[in-house]
Design a protein around this ligand. Structure first.
Ligand SMILES: *Cc1c(COP(=O)(O)O)cnc(C)c1O
Length: 495
């Protein structure tokens, strides 16, 4: 029986994977834009044309078909014109380690399924905790920042419920109804989703006022807490963001920690994006205060150049994780002395994502990874200077990390037109396949966004994308004027 990976098929495995790797390597040598530019209708018909009920076509043909269908039309995040979201190009040692995971298929839930893998994940969690500044921290790898934030807030909820029961004599449901999470409108939307999943009240996420760059104001935080307490609510957690998704700004962690310490509130730091600074040889100080958090989210698949997925939730006090341990007789019985990671995780069967980070750390060293992250932060500063100096682009705010926000705003282009062009420019570029930029809304106005995560990209390459932005902006303005002109001609003719 070929096709199931075992001793008999080991050669077939090497051939199949070898062919895939050879084809991909050739693609990496020749790819010249982030996307083929195929229309969604064309892609839909390619997908629909495959008969999933047909007889099997064999491994080699099935994989060749994937090359034509998926690889040909997928997005290449390593291409220098891919500048849209927080997708990083991936480190070679991590990709090679991922292929080990695919073949061996370990699961990290119990020690008897993962043995040394469990110990390696624990080492990496402890390593991350030490980088944060937790003397006796603990945690677990997760599928992403969304799950890490959910778990951090779940732990915070359990701590708050325990305190409300002990100190105020409240029942669990009465306590939960009063809980509030303090965040800002720049916090990741997974904070709101988590509040929903955690059964908190509809108004449980209180948005603290921010400064002009979208950073939480500690004095406003203190005022919000005082107001909530006066109204009988129970502040359960403050979510500070180390690297907001749009602006790449870091909330003032130490001053926020002061408020949390004073009021006895759980501080969760969402460093999904900014965690790359943990290994930065030059910018670690930007995270000063993170060591005062009770829990921290890190996304290695954003700023450690790891393939999706690779994230972790890290807590300062290891006892905090115990709040979510459940035991099953068949899996992780209470009397079992084996180190079962499932005791710390919201997942059961779970990928050994730590292996990729392990390989990358060993290959590049922590400073090596940090130097790569530094390069994208430096590049973003160069791009912001270039945008700021340009007379047809308008820079929107600054960044501590690697995002650039701007609008196409040539002289004489009124603001509403500039705003209207934002989504159109993004779409024209996306549909051409030549460049991917993102769009967002800052202070109520749309703007274009670049997220720089490719350490090999040069300023000249980003400027080439800015030229594409200008060219499409110009073409769209001409077309709009033509439309207006033809509309008025048509209106005249009708008269
Ligand atoms: C991306 C991001 C998340 C969510 O992480 P996923 O890995 O996409 O689930 C959370 N917080 C911030 C600040 C992010 O940028």
């Amino acid at each position: 029986m070929p096709d199931i990976l075992n001793a008999a098929s080991a050669d077939e495995y090497a051939t199949a994977v070898g062919a895939v790797v050879d084809r991909l390597a050739a693609r990496f040598q020749t790819v010249s834009q982030p996307f083929s530019g195929a229309s969604r209708a064309d892609l839909q018909s390619l997908v629909d044309a495959v008969d999933l009920d047909a007889a099997g076509i064999g491994t080699a043909d099935a994989l060749r078909e994937l090359d034509d269908l998926f690889v040909e039309h997928a997005v290449w995040f390593h291409d220098p014109a891919y500048l849209a979201h927080l997708n990083c190009p991936v480190a070679v040692p991590a990709v090679a380690a991922e292929s080990i995971l695919a073949a061996m298929n370990p699961s990290l839930d119990t020690y008897d399924q993962s043995t040394v893998g469990t110990l390696m994940e624990r080492r990496l969690v402890e390593w991350t905790a030490a980088r944060i500044g937790f003397a006796d921290g603990d945690g677990v790898f997760t599928s992403g920042g969304t799950l890490s934030n959910l778990q951090g807030l779940l732990l915070a909820r359990e701590a708050a419920v325990a305190a409300a029961r002990a100190d105020l004599g409240l029942t669990r449901s009465d306590a939960i109804a009063r809980l509030v999470v303090l965040a800002t409108d720049s916090s990741h939307f997974s904070v709101q989703k988590s509040a929903l999943l955690l059964g908190l009240a509809d108004d449980a996420v209180e948005l603290v006022p921010v400064d002009a760059e979208g950073r939480m104001r500690p004095s406003e935080l203190a005022a919000s807490v005082a107001g909530l307490v006066a109204a009988g609510r129970l502040p359960m957690a403050v979510v500070a963001t180390a690297g907001t998704t749009d602006r790449g700004r870091i909330d003032p962690l130490a001053a926020i920690a002061d408020v949390c310490d004073r009021e006895g509130i759980w501080l969760h730091v969402d460093a999904a994006y900014g965690c790359g600074l943990l290994v930065s040889p030059t910018r670690r100080d930007l995270l000063a205060g993170i060591e005062r958090a009770r829990s921290v989210t890190v996304d290695f698949h954003k700023s450690f150049f790891q393939p999706v997925s690779s994230s972790a939730i890290v807590v300062r006090d290891r006892v905090d994780l115990a709040a979510i341990a459940w035991h099953a007789d068949y899996l992780n019985p209470l009397e079992n002395a084996e180190p079962n990671q499932v005791d710390k995780s919201l997942q059961t069967t779970r990928r050994f994502d730590a292996l990729k980070l392990w390989a990358t750390l060993r290959a590049l060293g922590a400073d090596g990874i940090g130097a790569l992250f530094d390069r994208v932060v430096d590049l973003a500063a160069d791009v912001r200077r270039a945008v700021g100096a340009s007379d047809d682009l308008e820079l929107v705010g600054g960044s501590d990390l690697s995002t650039v926000l701007f609008r196409y705003a040539p002289v004489g282009c009124p603001e509403p037109e500039s705003d209207r062009l934002v989504p159109l420019i993004r779409r024209v570029l996306f549909e051409s396949g030549r460049a991917h930029v993102a769009k967002t809304v800052i202070d109520g106005r749309p703007c274009l966004k670049l997220t720089l995560l490719n350490p090999e990209t040069t300023l000249a390459q980003v400027e080439a994308v800015l030229d594409l932005v200008r060219a499409s902006g110009e073409a769209l303005r001409d077309a709009a004027h033509l439309d207006e002109a033809s509309e008025s001609l048509a209106a005249e003719a009708a008269r």
